[in-house]
Design a protein around this ligand. Sequence first.
Ligand code: URA
Length: 275
Amino acid sequence: MEHTANHLAALNFYIDGGVDEVIGSKPVDRFAESKAVPAEAARTSVMAPAGPPVSSQPSSQSSSRPSGQAQTEAEASARTLAAGASDLATLREVMMGFDLCPLKKTAANTVFGAGNPAARVMLIGEAPGADEDRQGKPFVGVSGQLLDRMLASIGLDRSSVYITNMLAWRPPGNRKPTLEETTMCLPFIRRHIELVAPKILVFVGGTSATTLLERRDGITRMRGRWFEYPSNGDQPMTIAAMPIFHPAYLLRNPSLKRQAWIDLLAIKARLQVMA
Ligand code: URA
């Protein structure tokens, strides 16, 4: 009985710390690993001068580099890969092979995008949550269900919009992505937008709005306003963009649904004018 209580306490401790996902079928003995570290570290430090240059080390060793340097390398790599992707299938493929984002190591899936890539409306959320990570699709959890209802209220559904996220990998415990993670993945989402080339961009929540519009205002100030997103693909263009409240935020603050509804109507009106 006491044994079970201890296990339950340990599990609760993990959950409180944000560990809400099991990503391996076999337990890993971290205590044994940490005992082995001093010997390994000693060996590495002796070998280091004769080893390959730091910049050619695989990403698993990037934590030993100054973070600025690792960041630049990952970002530069993402930029090269994204620029070389001439269609969505290739972009998905290069992102699935991109190992420099630490989030990818703990994520179960690369959540690329869903819906209709030929749609006039492209929605961009923040990052996959637990359900999205498990299923490999954006907005399939509780907030996705609310997003579907929001879209339905203006006559849209998943066949008439395209949906993706700023980040393709779930931050552990659903924490907010760090600036480094967002910056590193920026070339991928910018290319994603270029390839879909929608008529209207909807930034779902503050993360995609502030990052892609390069603004510091909060979502409360930005929502419901039209911005011009500069897309620099093969055919540079500006795309009409509106930030809206994230459905997860609306679930916590239902009184804001009225404002979200006003924003959705503005998107509907703009689509009608374009038709
Ligand atoms: N929240 C997001 O921003 N994106 C998802 O895909 C799910 C939840």
